[in-house]
Structure formats: structure tokens, C-alpha cells
Design a protein around this ligand. Structure first.
Ligand SMILES: [Zn+2]
Ligand SMILES: [Zn+2]
Length: 244
């Protein structure tokens, strides 16, 4: 009760401001966190429907299945991909600023956007969340793992275990964004190692952006080899280009 009144007073004195237009304003679909979005900016975020339920690429008007042609022919090692948005402006600068300018407040905002979208779309919750790990060199440079920053509020909200220790990135792989699609798949082969025993049966991989899918492919493959029966993917934004 005291906490509630503190929050109300704080929001009255210091209302949340919109990360995109700077207006001090409120959006009913988001909790009142210090960095939020106003309703017009929230409604402006890039969305694309319908998507392939497996890899989250946009389906074309002629597709008569919930799966894209690529997933029908070559099913990836994960079962479902949930994405809140398409990767593009005005969302992409927030993700870039989280990673490269250490805007952890944007991380909290992005995870709240994911919570709103997952609450609507995800009927079966996993037993454990696994943020895509960074290699220790990249982690030392950046000082934090953006996937873990997104995963913590998700784990708290949905009351799901969070495992950021069992999976390691073995190689300091080249920046995926600098590579062509087939080079990305090659770059990620055997990039992850699972240590210890995973007791859960159903996991969700957490990441900020999914482009070719090669990172989640490699991690999902490693998890499946270690006894996880179902792997889903929860990402903030999906690049809508057909890479595979
Ligand atoms: Zn705004
Ligand atoms: Zn697909």
C-alpha cells in the first residue's frame, strides 16, 4: 500500500517520459516505468501480421498454412517463435542504444513491450528462459548481456526460472551483422556449449533481434541435444527479410 502511494506520488511529480518523442505522457498498456512510450508512439511501432508460427517471418497473402514454405520443407530445431515487432525504425534505434550506449532503461521498456505481446499471444509458457549468451570477451567489452536484461523482467513477470549459467558461447564469433546469410550459419556452427544437466523439458531462448535465425538455430540445436524436448524463441524484434 505504501509502495503504491509512493509510486502514484512519484508518477505525479516525475511522470514517465516517452523514449521516442520525449513527451511526458502515459500509455495504458505499459506499466508506469521511468522510460515509457506515449500512445501514438506505441501505436507507431512496426508490426507485421500474419507471421509463420515457427520462424516468425511474415507470411504472404498466398500462404494457406501457418508455416512458411521454408519451415515446411526444413523445420528448424525450435517449435515456435514469438516476436513483439518487426525490426525497423522507430524501434531499432532503441535496441541499438540499449546495446551500444548502455541504455538499460530501454531494456526495461523493451521487455515490458515483450510482456504485453507474450501475454496476448503465448498460450503455453516454457519451464525455463535461456538468454542467448555473449562470449566472455564481448561481455567484458559491453559490461552486460542485453538478452539477460530482457529476460530478467520476463522471468519475474511470468514466474519462470531463468538460467543464464548452463549455456556458454565458445567462440568469439564475428559480428553477425557484418556477414552474409550463409556466412552467418557457418559462423554460428558449434558456437554454444551446454554444461551440466538441464532438468526442464520446455525452454524459451531470449534475444533482442532475430535476423537469419542462425544464432537461435545453433542454440536450439544444442539445447535439444541436451534433452530439452521443446524449444521456443522469444524475441523483441524480427528482421522481416527472407534470409534462409
Ligand atoms: Zn511519444
Ligand atoms: Zn517459417
Amino acid at each position: 500500500m505504501v509502495n503504491n502511494w509512493l509510486k502514484i506520488t512519484q508518477n505525479f511529480l516525475y511522470p514517465p517520459f516517452c523514449a521516442l518523442c520525449g513527451d511526458a505522457t502515459r500509455c495504458a498498456t505499459l506499466p508506469q516505468i521511468p522510460t515509457s512510450l506515449c500512445l501514438p508512439c506505441h501505436d507507431d511501432l512496426p508490426r507485421h501480421h500474419p507471421r509463420c508460427t515457427r520462424c516468425a517471418l511474415p507470411l504472404s497473402a498466398t500462404d494457406d498454412s501457418s508455416l512458411c514454405g521454408i519451415c515446411q520443407q526444413h523445420p528448424p530445431p525450435y517449435t515456435r517463435t514469438y516476436t513483439a515487432f518487426s525490426y525497423g525504425p522507430p524501434l531499432s534505434p532503441l535496441i541499438q542504444a540499449l546495446k551500444f550506449e548502455r541504455r538499460l532503461d530501454y531494456g526495461l521498456l523493451l521487455s515490458q513491450l515483450m510482456i504485453a505481446s507474450l501475454s496476448r499471444d503465448c498460450a503455453t509458457l516454457p519451464d525455463v528462459l535461456i538468454p542467448v549468451p555473449l562470449h566472455r570477451t564481448r561481455l567484458a567489452q559491453r559490461g552486460f548481456n542485453q538478452a539477460l536484461e530482457l529476460a530478467r523482467p520476463l522471468a519475474r513477470h511470468f514466474n519462470i526460472a531463468l538460467d543464464s549459467n548452463s549455456c556458454q558461447r565458445l567462440r568469439s564469433t564475428k559480428q553477425q551483422s557484418q556477414l552474409a546469410a550463409d556466412e552467418r550459419h557457418q559462423n554460428m556452427k558449434g558456437a554454444f556449449r551446454i554444461s551440466g544437466t538441464l532438468r526442464q523439458r520446455h525452454a524459451a531462448i531470449i534475444d533482442d533481434v532475430m535476423s537469419t535465425g542462425s544464432t537461435v538455430d545453433a542454440l536450439a540445436h544444442a539445447l535439444r541435444c541436451h534433452g530439452i524436448e521443446q524449444v521456443d524463441v522469444w524475441i523483441c524484434a524480427r528482421a522481416d527479410r527472407h534470409w534462409r
